[in-house]
Design a protein around this ligand. Structure first.
Ligand code: EPZ
Length: 432
């Protein structure tokens, strides 16, 4: 059992460098399949989800050359199959981006689906609606009953194919990052114009569009709710650098606020942090913005506030657990309404072991009654961002905290122990 041990109560100080964005990298790496020549991707984060994406590309037959831990060259010309490896796909949520990439390039895709997950059902109906609108036939879908980690890939996969892909207009009933990504990937080489309406506007959507255009695609409107993709017959080589991870940055900013520290968070795009910065300032943080960094300080007590998670540019759901930890120590009562996922308060039970007072109503609304301090305890990471929240709680708590199931955290946070130690945290990885 590998776990973190944290002795809390130390104010973080110094400077931390933010890595490339996980949710951009896991979309851009499959997108390299669409090119007719090798591509070089820089500033990719050194995390498990990236490693698995690269292993999936290799298993498909692409030539993957690791230049260094943050740079890779992908040559898709040797691709030999349209079927994604089951064992690899089982270990990662975003493997479904290979549906759009393989369909867009080769007109055929077979991808295992990990099924539901900790956040909720993780439906893909909008992805399928997009593929069908482009002229694809859905050969097989997973049965409705698939659950988290259902290893039964005999049933639990999606197969789609298309003689020819034709541009079309697609309205997304719900704003969906994944569906927006997959439709972009499937349509960049389709014949004609594709219009995605009510598209997701996250920074990683814009990053993917910029990468595709660097390869010679014709994508416009990314970052707005209408994205237009004019199909092109071929794509060429490109060198592209992934944007900084705004959720990793927000996580470190929350850790500084939780420990009343003073840290320079470097390699960020402040505009991507606007909703996070605004909320942390409302809670009492002092945040100074520079070109590619923010200085975060928090001297006084935390103030209660209300948060509703929404699609970008609203407050990001992926920062909800981390912010919940801050509100559990704020003076007064705070409410978080989770507007995206049906089950994103799993961390509350773990936080309660540390003395937090939180009540959850119908899984989508939590009321936090602040306590003067959290107490160290043994807790577990119930998912990626909940795990990050437990780290923040341990850093702020009195006494020692042990965090188990840390593999979730390592999926999305590069070198988190080393980065925190450099900020003065007393954190250690225990290999028992
Ligand atoms: C992406 O997930 C992110 N993952 C998630 O981050 C993030 O929480 C989410 O977007 C929202 O920002 C990656 O980018 C790899 P959605 P995704 O499709 O694409 C519903 C993290 O911590 N929906 O935007 O799966 C869905 O149920 C992860 O880094 C449908 O109804 O999210 C949800 O309520 C966790 N039908 C809402 O849309 C569909 O076909 C938003 O989901 C697809 C989605």
């Amino acid at each position: 059992m590998r776990k973190y041990r944290i002795n809390g109560g130390i104010a973080l100080s110094g400077a931390v460098d933010i890595s490339g964005a996980k949710n951009a990298a896991v979309a851009i790496l499959p997108a390299a399949i669409l090119s007719d020549e090798p591509c070089r991707i820089e500033n990719i984060p050194n995390i498990k989800d990236v490693t698995i994406s690269l292993e999936i590309l290799e298993a498909l037959g692409a030539q993957v050359t690791r230049i260094d831990s943050h740079t890779v060259e992908i040559d898709p010309r040797t691709l030999k199959t349209y079927k994604v490896d089951c064992a690899l796909a089982r270990r990662m949520r975003a493997s479904y981006y290979f549906l759009g990439a393989l369909l867009g390039k080769h007109g055929h895709a077979w991808v295992p689906m990990p099924g539901g997950c900790y956040l909720g059902a993780r439906p893909i109906n909008l992805h399928i609606k997009g593929f069908r609108a482009l002229g694809a036939d859905v050969v097989h879908l997973p049965p409705e009953t698939c659950e988290e980690g259902d290893g039964n890939f005999a049933e639990n996969y999606v197969e789609i194919e298309a003689e020819r892909l034709l541009g079309n207009s697609i309205y997304l009933d719900t704003v969906s990052v994944g569906a927006t990504v997959n439709i972009m990937l499937a349509s960049v080489r389709a014949r004609g114009l594709t219009v995605i309406e009510n598209a997701a506007k996250e920074p990683h959507i814009v990053d993917l569009a910029n990468f595709l255009n660097t390869m010679g695609a014709d994508v416009s409107g990314a970052g707005t709710d209408v994205i237009k993709i004019r199909g092109v017959p071929s794509l060429h080589s490109a060198t592209y650098s992934v944007i900084p991870d705004q959720i990793e940055a927000g996580t470190y900013m929350a850790a500084v606020v939780a420990t009343h520290g003073d840290v320079l968070v470097r390699n960020v795009i402040p505009k991507h942090l606007e909703s996070i910065t605004t909320k942390l300032e409302e809670m009492g943080a002092l945040i100074e913005e520079m070109d590619d960094a923010v200085r975060v300080r928090c001297a006084g007590p935390l103030r209660a506030c209300h948060i509703k998670t929404m699609p970008h540019p609203g407050f990001p759901t992926d920062m909800q657990p981390q912010t919940g930890v801050l509100l559990s120590m704020a003076e007064g009562a705070s409410v978080i309404s989770e507007g995206i996922w049906e089950n994103r308060f799993c961390y509350v039970e773990e936080l309660a072991r540390m003395g937090a007072q939180v009540t959850v109503e119908d899984k989508t609304k939590a009321t936090f009654t602040g306590v003067p301090a959290l107490q160290g305890a043994t807790v577990r990471a119930t998912d990626l961002r909940a795990g990050a929240a437990m780290v923040i709680a341990g850093l702020a708590a009195e006494g020692t905290t042990y965090i188990e199931d840390i593999h979730y955290i390592e999926r999305g946070y590069e070198d988190i122990v080393e980065k925190l130690r450099r900020l003065g945290a007393d954190i250690e990885l225990l290999e028992e």
